[in-house]
Design a protein around this ligand. Structure first.
Ligand SMILES: Nc1ncnc2c1ncn2[C@@H]1O[C@H](COP(=O)(O)OP(=O)(O)O)[C@@H](O)[C@H]1O
Ligand SMILES: [Mg+2]
Length: 306
C-alpha cells in the first residue's frame, strides 16, 4: 500500500494525542514496517495507545516468519507487542495447530480469521501457562492480530535465547531440570503441549538462571489429536540441545516424568478465565464498509473460543 493512501486514511482517524505519542519521533519506523502496519493494524495501535497500553513504541525486537515483535512502554511498564502479519505467506503452517483444536473448530477458514484466532489462542495459552505457575510473559491485552504482553528482559533488552546463552555444565543442568519441570507443569496443570519448544523459544534470565517459556501460539490442548506427537517432538528437541552438556535421559522416562501429577498440582486449574481481558473487541467500528460482516465474523470466532 502506498504512503499517500496510508497518510490519507491516517488523517481520517487522527487522534492528536496518540499520534504525537507513538509516531512523532520516527516516521521512518512506519516506512520500514509498512508490511506490518497495514491500516487496520495502525488504527488498533492508536486505540491501544489511547487506552494507555502503549505510551511509546520502541524498536523492533524480532522479525519472525509470521510475526514481528516490538518493544514498547505503557501503563504496565515494559511490554512486548507481537504483531502477526496479515500478509504472512506462511500462515498455512498454522492450520494443523488450530483447525483441529476443539476450542477453535468453528472459525472460518480464511487467512484473516485464522490469524485473529491464532492471536487469541496465544493470549489464552499464555494465561493458562501463567496460571500454572510457569515463568512466561504475562498477557496484557490482545485484539485482531496484535498481542501485548509483559516484556521479558530489562531496560529494553530482552533476555537472551537459550540458544545464545553460554552455560557451564552446572548451569545447564539447572536450566534443564527447570525446563523439564516447566514442561510437566504445562502438561499437568495447564493441560497443554507447547508444540514448538526448543532453544529458540526459551529465554534465559541469566541473573536468576531461570528459563522463560515464550511463543505459545501453537500450543495445543491435550485432546488435540496430535498432542502426544507434539510432546514427543518437544522432548526430542530439548534432549538434542542438552546432549552437548552430557545430559541424556530416555525419552520414555522423560515422558513419564512430564505426565506425573503431584498433590500440589491440584491447586492449579487448567480452565481459562470465563471472559478474558484480551477478548474485547476494541476496534469493531474501524472498517466502516464491512462493519457488519466484521462484527459478525469476530463474534463467530469469539463464540468458537467459549
Ligand atoms: N515477551 C517478550 N519479552 C521479550 N522478548 C520477547 C517476548 N516475546 C518475544 N520476544 C522476542 O522476540 C522473539 C520472537 O518471538 P516469538 O514469540 O518466539 O515469535 P516467533 O513466532 O517469531 O518465533 C523471541 O525470540 C524473543 O527474542
Ligand atoms: Mg519463536
Amino acid at each position: 500500500m502506498g504512503h499517500k493512501k496510508i497518510d490519507k486514511q491516517m488523517k481520517q482517524i487522527e487522534d492528536k494525542r496518540s499520534k504525537d505519542r507513538i509516531f512523532k519521533k520516527d516516521s521512518s519506523f512506519l516506512k520500514a514496517e509498512e508490511n506490518v502496519f497495514d491500516v487496520p493494524t495502525l488504527k488498533l495501535l492508536y486505540t491501544f495507545s489511547n487506552k494507555g497500553y502503549i505510551h511509546e513504541l520502541g524498536g523492533s525486537v524480532s522479525t519472525g516468519k509470521e510475526a514481528n515483535v516490538f518493544y514498547a512502554t505503557g501503563e504496565d511498564g515494559e511490554v512486548a507487542v507481537k504483531i502477526y502479519r496479515i500478509s504472512s505467506a506462511t500462515f498455512k503452517a498454522m492450520d494443523p495447530y488450530i483447525l483441529k483444536d476443539p476450542r477453535f473448530t468453528h472459525i472460518r477458514h480464511n487467512r484473516k480469521d485464522i490469524i485473529f484466532a491464532w492471536t487469541q489462542k496465544e493470549f489464552q495459552n499464555l494465561l493458562r501457562i501463567q496460571k500454572a505457575g510457569i515463568r512466561s510473559p504475562k498477557p496484557i491485552i490482545c485484539d485482531r492480530n496484535v498481542l501485548i504482553m509483559q516484556f521479558m528482559g530489562k531496560d529494553g533488552i530482552s533476555y537472551p535465547l537459550l540458544k545464545e546463552t553460554q552455560l557451564d555444565e552446572e548451569e545447564a543442568r539447572l536450566i534443564y531440570a527447570q525446563v523439564i519441570e516447566a514442561m510437566r507443569c504445562i502438561f499437568v496443570r495447564a493441560a497443554l503441549v507447547h508444540a514448538d519448544l526448543s532453544e529458540y523459544n526459551i529465554l534465559i534470565d541469566t541473573e536468576k538462571m531461570e528459563p522463560v517459556i515464550i511463543d505459545v501460539g501453537q500450543a495445543v490442548t491435550l485432546n488435540h489429536p496430535n498432542a502426544v506427537e507434539f510432546l514427543i517432538r518437544d522432548v526430542e528437541n530439548i534432549k538434542r540441545f542438552f546432549k552437548k552438556y552430557g545430559i541424556s535421559e530416555e525419552t520414555k522416562d522423560l515422558l513419564k516424568r512430564i505426565k506425573q501429577r503431584t498433590e500440589e498440582d491440584d491447586n492449579f486449574s487448567a480452565e481459562p478465565e470465563e471472559e478474558t481481558e484480551g477478548q474485547k473487541n476494541e476496534t469493531e467500528e474501524q472498517e466502516n464498509e464491512t462493519e457488519e460482516q466484521e462484527i459478525e465474523k469476530e463474534q463467530d470466532s469469539n463464540n468458537a473460543l467459549k
